[in-house]
Design a protein around this ligand. Structure first.
Ligand SMILES: [Zn+2]
Length: 429
């Protein structure tokens, strides 16, 4: 996979049968089990390594653990139920790999903490891999979409290891364009997820030496974008996009559903029933999860459409590199910021820009609001522009500014200056 130049991820909805759902549940359970077992074993090994020098029993235990959990095969020999025919061996291997990633991350950045145990949650997933016969990978004329352990059967069906044939839906255009390709395209890891609402999704990693996306035609335009709480964003062309406030719109519904759920939880507790066995509680939990998912999907859709429109219309895109985590510390605006999805927009913008051959740069947000875009005067002290002031006049040159538009123009200018300094050729109309 790594040797190929272009990589994309494809997420599609899948419709497994009851039997297939059972297999997914089993594999996800194994995935979590293996990960947690490795967390436990590694902690024990760490403690044993301190005393192994002096105590022969500790040394023997350490040697046993090393041999029993070294490879996937060792693990299968040590834990017999991992040999169940429904269990995908890649699920075990992926859990092991996930643990190793977490461990090396901890080694690199100790503040991330020792890898923790994974809790049982209402959504579960496992990873599987597309294994290819060696003649497919060595033959340049094949297209790896049809030959591997994970393969497309047609536009609406995919084959997965152990699970077999599954119907898929969504990303119609991408799937169609993929299946029309004639160049070698390889499938990598596939993550099978069942979310809180009980819906199944497949995230498929794909790689190829030919690009997956066609670059947009050049427009010769640059744009600066200012994000704030009054509206979602103002760009330097003067376009103002309002914040949709999806969470606020669904808040009433959410509160009602949440209240109902807490009531059911109390009732179940009073009767000494387990939450997982309380059917009405589970039904209500799913309803609540569906409302949350709806809000999240609305936001995702809005952000994707907005980012795509900006990328389509401009060659160079500049935005503020906002430290959202710091801004969220102000609890009065935290909810509004989280609802607007700024960070998600920036990530989407950067990704969408690279995908279509555009240049997107996040600039330092310092003084973007306080600087006059005509003369460069920075308002400080008594001239400082307070929050909530929407229009102002520059004390130096007398230009009347609309706050957000001025900031957007400043962002654009900073971005263009940065490009000039780094020697990237700019051709604007
Ligand atoms: Zn001025």
């Amino acid at each position: 996979m790594k040797q190929l130049t272009y990589h994309i991820g494809l997420c599609v909805r899948a419709f497994p049968s009851d039997r297939q759902k059972q297999i997914i549940r089993k594999n996800a359970g194994v995935n979590r089990f293996v990960y947690n077992r490795l967390v436990g074993v590694n902690r024990e090994m760490y403690e044993l390594s301190k005393t192994a020098q002096y105590s022969p029993t500790d040394r023997d235990r350490l040697l046993y653990l090393k041999s029993a959990y070294g490879t996937t095969t060792d693990m299968r020999n040590a834990i017999p139920f991992l040999n169940d025919p429904d269990i995908d061996c890649f699920s075990i291997a992926n859990a092991k790999q996930d643990y190793q990633k977490a461990w090396s991350q901890f080694k690199k950045v100790p503040s991330t903490g020792f890898p923790a145990f994974k809790r049982r949650s209402n959504s579960f997933s496992y990873g599987t891999n597309c294994n290819y016969p060696s003649d497919v990978l060595n033959n340049p004329d094949t297209i790896g979409l049809y030959e591997g352990a994970v393969r497309f059967l047609d536009h609406n069906h995919i084959h997965l290891p152990i699970l077999g044939r599954i119907r898929i839906k969504g990303s119609k255009k991408t799937v169609a364009s993929l299946l029309d390709r004639t160049d070698f395209t390889r499938i990598g890891t596939v993550r099978v997820t069942i979310d809180e609402c009980g819906n199944c999704f497949l995230s498929i990693a794909l790689a190829s030496d030919t690009p997956f996306h066609i670059p947009y035609p050049k427009t010769g335009k640059a744009v600066g974008m200012d994000m704030n709480l009054n509206n979602f964003l103002t760009d330097s062309d003067g376009t103002v996009i309002d914040t949709p406030k999806y969470l606020k719109k669904s808040e009433k519904k959410l509160k009602k559903a949440q209240r109902k759920l807490s009531r059911m939880q109390e009732c179940a507790k009073k009767d000494n029933r387990k939450m997982r066995e309380s059917k009405n509680y589970q039904k209500q939990r799913q309803k609540l999860a569906e409302i949350h998912k709806h809000v999240a999907n609305q936001r995702k859709d809005f952000i994707r459409r907005t980012a795509d429109r900006e990328v389509k219309n401009h060659d160079f895109l500049f935005a503020e590199d906002l430290k959202v985590r710091n801004l969220m510390k102000n609890h009065r605006v935290a909810k509004a910021i989280a609802d607007s999805g700024w960070r998600m927009f920036l990530t989407q913008l950067e990704w969408c820009a690279t995908k279509h051959g555009r240049i997107c740069i996040l600039v330092n947000p310092k003084n973007t609001t306080q600087t006059c875009s005509s003369c460069g005067y920075v308002c400080t002290g008594d001239d400082h522009i307070a929050l909530g002031v929407e229009e102002w006049t520059c004390p130096e040159c007398g230009t009347h500014h609309i706050r957000d538009l001025n900031a957007a123009i400043n962002i654009k200018n900073t971005g263009l200056l940065y490009l000039k300094e780094s020697g990237i050729p700019i051709s604007l109309n």
